[in-house]
Design a protein. Structure first.
Length: 102
């Protein structure tokens, strides 16, 4: 029984590490989505792109912001990368708001 456990232990550790990394990645995507919504609302209120980027950075922990205006809507797109084992995965979130502040 000891040899079988020794063979199975690395596989179990790998599955556990992958599971924890994917949960961390999902949490990071949620923070990125919240930050995109906050940045879009700030841009909709008429704040500058720099102020919206500061808000997004504070919420997301360092993501790149790009803004686009389409008629009466302003959209904020945030891009960031995963961390840990899944650092190669690029995350993206987009949110739009009505430009009522201008």
């Amino acid at each position: 029984m000891t040899a079988e456990f020794a063979v199975a232990l690395p596989a179990i550790a790998l599955v556990l590490a992958a599971s924890l990394a994917s949960v961390q990645l999902a949490g990071q995507q949620v923070r990125l989505t919240d930050a995109a919504a906050d940045a879009a609302r700030a841009l909709g209120r008429g704040e500058s792109e720099g102020a919206a980027a500061a808000i997004a950075d504070r919420v997301s922990g360092g993501a790149g912001l790009s803004a686009a205006t389409d008629g009466q809507f302003v959209c904020a797109t945030l891009t960031g990368s995963g961390s840990g084992l899944l650092a190669a995965i690029e995350l993206r979130a987009e949110s739009c708001a009505v430009t009522g502040g201008r």
